[in-house]
Design a protein around this ligand. Structure first.
Ligand code: 3PG
Length: 306
């Protein structure tokens, strides 16, 4: 089978080598499409492939229409909002992710972002410490739980909420459950967002929640820019000159935010949460194994469009 490794943001060389090794040992061929400038390059590259490994690459209905032999797409990572699941299902294409494989990299970035903002973006201005502060974890999945553990080790107290987890599971994971999002936002010095971008969550964090945060609080977003209502966030930051926002990746209105709020806001230019050599290897090799297993045994353990 022909597997296309399509990564607009390339994997580390060791991950590419590992993907090839696993796939070739299973009798498959890997072709590479990295750093492609246009979406049309992806559409052109899928014509004769049987499988795809992608990152945040956009697998749209157009891509799926062009991929006549495609049987499986594995998103090497957690969020699959970049894949048109409905179109994939209509084409009989199995879509999987590799949950947990890049979580540590994202969790480390969330902690780094808290410290970066606490220390005024590494400028000489007097900052604060995160020890003794309270972090609220919005969604207690693979990344959220790791952020909680690392924050606790650094002397923070941890609160969490997750619409899919009962309070006892949050307690088992080492955090204090919040009864409502309002409670989480109003009682935490840092809120770290770990929700996926879905029709229910897009634009769901805005003025009402952010303006409830305590004095000097920071909102940390290593999830998706789309979950933020940027106009509402800006209104809150305008009214409350003590609040801060840091995000991986750049909001649509970042230029205006930077101009208005200076060092109170920061955004990475390109999503970097999962961009560690370790995460590339973990997620990339897991994707290759999942494809090899699927073709060998029909295993659909991580399928997300069942
Ligand atoms: C994910 O959903 O796994 C992360 O956002 C990583 O995305 P990336 O593979 O584009 O870095």
């Amino acid at each position: 089978m022909k597997i296309l490794l399509a990564t607009q943001k390339p994997f580390a060389a060791a991950a590419v080598a590992g993907i090839k090794e696993i796939s070739e040992a299973a009798g498959h061929e890997v072709v590479l499409l990295e750093k492609y400038p246009e979406q049309s390059d992806l559409v052109a590259a899928v014509a004769d492939v049987d499988a795809m490994i992608i990152r945040s690459d956009k697998v749209t209905a157009e891509v799926l229409d062009a991929a006549k032999n495609l049987k499986i797409v594995v998103r090497a990572g957690a969020g699959y909002d970049n894949v048109d699941l409905e179109a994939a299902t209509a084409h009989g294409v199995v879509v999987m992710n590799t949950p947990g494989q890049n979580s540590n990299a994202v969790a480390e970035l969330a902690i780094a972002m808290m410290i970066f903002m606490a220390r005024t973006q590494f400028t000489p201005a007097t900052g604060t410490e995160i020890m003794g502060k309270k972090v609220g974890i919005q969604a207690f999945g693979n990344v959220g739980r790791l952020v909680g553990k690392k924050a606790e080790a650094l002397g923070m107290s941890v609160m969490a909420i997750d619409p899919f987890l009962p309070a006892e599971k949050i307690v088992e994971g080492g955090a204090t459950p919040a009864a409502t999002l309002e409670e989480l936002y109003s009682s935490c010095d840092y809120v770290s967002i770990h929700i996926p971008a879905t029709p229910q969550t897009i634009g769901s964090i805005g003025y009402d929640l952010v303006s409830k945060m305590p004095k000097g609080a920071t909102l940390v977003n290593t999830a998706r820019k789309e979950v933020i209502d940027e106009a509402g966030l800006m209104k809150a930051l305008e009214e409350r000159t003590d609040l801060k926002y840091i995000t991986d990746v750049m909001p649509d209105s970042y230029e205006a935010m930077k101009e208005k709020f200076g060092l109170r806001v920061f955004a990475t230019p390109k999503k970097m949460g999962a961009q560690s050599a370790e995460a590339n290897v973990n997620a990339g090799l897991a994707a290759a194994r999942q494809i090899a297993d699927y073709f060998a045994t029909g295993c659909t353990k991580f399928q997300v469009n069942k």
